[in-house]
Each structure stands twice: as C-alpha cells, then as structure tokens.
Design a protein around this ligand. Sequence first.
Ligand code: URP
Ligand code: ZN
Length: 456
Amino acid sequence: MFDTVIKNGTIVTARETFSADLAITGQSIAAIGTDLRGKREIDATGKLVTPGAVDIHVHMQMPLGDGVISADTFHTGTHAAAFGGTTTIVDFVDTKPDETMLDALAKRRAEADPQVVIDYALHMTIVPSDMDKLHQLPAVVAAGCGSFKLYMAYSFRLTDDQLYRALSAINKVNGLPVIHAENWDIICQLQREAIAKGNTQPRWHPRTRPPEFEAEATGRAIDIAAYVGTPLHIFHVSCQQVVERIAAARARGLPITGETCPQYLFKTWDAFEADGIAGTLPTCAPPIRDHVQQAALWTALSDGHLQLITTDHCPFSRADKARGLDNFTRIPGGVPSIEMRFPAIYSKGVLEGYLTLNQWVDLCCTIPAKLIGLPKKGDIAVGYDADLVIFDPTKTVTLSTETLHEAVDWTLYDGLEVSGWPTDVLSRGELIVAAGVAKMAAGRGRFIKTNGTFRG
Ligand code: URP
Ligand code: ZN
C-alpha cells in the first residue's frame, strides 16, 4: 500500500506516452505499473500525468532602482506558477559591490525561503563589480548555485574581456553560464537616433533592438565560450537569426543551448501599437518581434533547434510601465508568463501540431531540469521527486487577470483561450493544487542545489 496512487492516467514523459498507475511514497515516485493501491487514490481517467514543469528563468521581486520592483513576490509568483503546473523555478542572486557572493546568496535565500510554495534554485549573476570576486566561485557552487548569469546588455553588462574572464572562471568550476545576448553599444546608438528624431513611442523599442544585433552578440558569446571550452545557454531567443547561430554552433559539436519564451511565441510587435499605457506593456528585451519571427521560433522548437521554453517572468505594474510613456527607453522591461507557459504551450504547440506530447514535456520539464542540474526534477521515474501535474486536456481557460493568479494588474494574453489546464499539482508528494484549489503553505518550497554540470 503506497501513500498516494494516481490511477488510470496517461503518463507523458519526454520519451513515451503510456497508460499506467503511478505510486508515491513520501516525497518520491515509488512505482509505475498496473493495479497499484494507495492510502489516497486520485483518479486521472481521461487526464495526462506529466512531470511538474521547470522554469529556469524567472525574476521575482526584482528591484530595478527608483522604487520599481517586479510585482510578483516569491510567494505570489510561486503560487501562480503552481496553478499552471510549474513546480520548480530558478531565480537570480545579485551581489552588491561591497558584498560577497555568499552573503548575497544568503540574503536572497532569506527572502525566498519563507515565501516559496514550490521548490526553487538560484543562478548567481556576475556583473562588472564582481570581476574581483571570481575566486569565490568554488564556494558559490558548493553552496548550491551551479549556474551563472552574464549580461551583454544594460549598464551592468560585461565587456568582452570581462566576458572571457567570467566564462573562464565558470568553466574552472564546471558551472553553466547563461547569457542575455544583445549588442548594447549599437542599441544605445539606435535609441539615441530615435529619440533625437522624436520617435519616443513604445513601438520604437523593438525597432531599436533589431535581430541582427541579438544575433551578433550571441555569435560573439558563442565564439568566446568555444575558445574557453565552456558550454553556454542562450536566454530568451527572439528571432531566427539567433536560432541560426545556435544551430550552427551545435552542428560543430559545441555544447550550446537556447531557450525561447511565451511572449515571443504568442505575441507580435503589433501589441506596441495599442494606445496609452497598453502600448508600453509588451516591453521586454530582447523585444517581441513580427509574425515571421514568431513562426520561425515555433519551427525551431519543432525541429529541435531550440532546446527549452522558459518564461523570463518579470512583471511590472501598469503604473511602473507608464513611467516610459513619453520615452520608450524608460519603460521597465519584463512581462508575466509564469502561469500560462505549460498549458499554453500544450494548447498551441501540441494541439496545432508544432510539437508532440513528448516534445512538450521535454521542452518545459525535462531538458530545463537536466540543463541546470536538478537531478530529481523534470521527469517521471522511480526515485524522482513526486512533482507531478494531472492535466485535463478538455479544460478550457480564457486568460485574464481574473483567471490568472499573478500579482500584476495586466496580462499580455488577455482573452487568449487555452485548451488544456492542470487540475491537480503535486510537489514532492504533497497535493498543492487539488481540483483547481490551492492547498499550499508559504515556505513549504525548498531551495534545491544545482550542479550546472550539463555538457550539451
Ligand atoms: O526585459 C526583460 N527581459 N527583463 C527581465 C530581465 C532580463 O533582461 O532578463
Ligand atoms: Zn530574465
């Protein structure tokens, strides 16, 4: 007799789809078979049973300065994630100039630990003021951060020599570098030219960040990584030009991976034409592009040229977005997608024929966990954490701020009909969403150490 048995479901993993019962003992998957019996039994007839989804790119309560902070706390953001079937997230640590990386990690954990309702891990960010702290990387890895975020954009970007030094240091500790790749110098020049001509409206945000310079930066980062001999993961790919750089690198046998996000797969830059504050809301970087680029990203996922889907969930309130109404360069960048990602990728990706069921699970659950080094997450197998989603393919949800649980006063996807939605979600054996109702206590989630040892 097991603690819990999910009966009569269709189990979907990255490899196969089959009918079976799934048994849980304590926090782990204990057996997969037929006629299993449990003290608690959940009937999953007509439903899919998938691994809990893993989102390795989120920004909860991220301060931007001047009182602007991303709207979801670790509590509200993980609560919303759970409703959408995401059971593990990876957020970020930012070290202040006068702090050690370990102190910064301890502070970020102290913010997250009492709030999280699902498990989480953290990437360590390396900015120019961290360049004299690279000797701390072995201690950072030992403390559980096996991946490192590098920026080629914004005021805190790394120059190429700093990028080379950071990648070399990460490689020495077998860490995984993850990168925001855009050519910042050219973007700044294009922004200055636009503003000088009076082109201040939000529609100029994507037009001053052309795909060529996302691709140029990506290619440069790949070349430096290849010289150093390190793997590299490319964050938030928005265009075909970057897909081509990643595909070419992988064809040369380089351990390069790339992700894209729902905002690039469901929205186009037409959204910037909306009047008033609405036109500021889609601002994120790299920018949301046109329908041709969107189609190319779906094809890249389908063909395996992009390896995973994350959200880059980073919501700012309408009031904060409005700060850039008269000058698009001042709009806080970031959009919310954490709750809709897993079901919406099923709804469009699987139901419209871009992805198989197994690719859906691979892109949203299995590869993200493997990439970042979360050994017991993202798959269904005996011994894995019982992080599971019971997914009703017939349940339809129309996205809005009323149906979503994110703590932000807008959604990019207002009115989008999503076919298929989680009804029950388990995190380490605990039923945290039961028949669509939350059962999760703040602080029940755990910090999970990552080992970042994925090599292609
Ligand atoms: O605009 C974006 N993507 N904001 C979040 C921070 C980042 O650049 O990933
Ligand atoms: Zn991000």
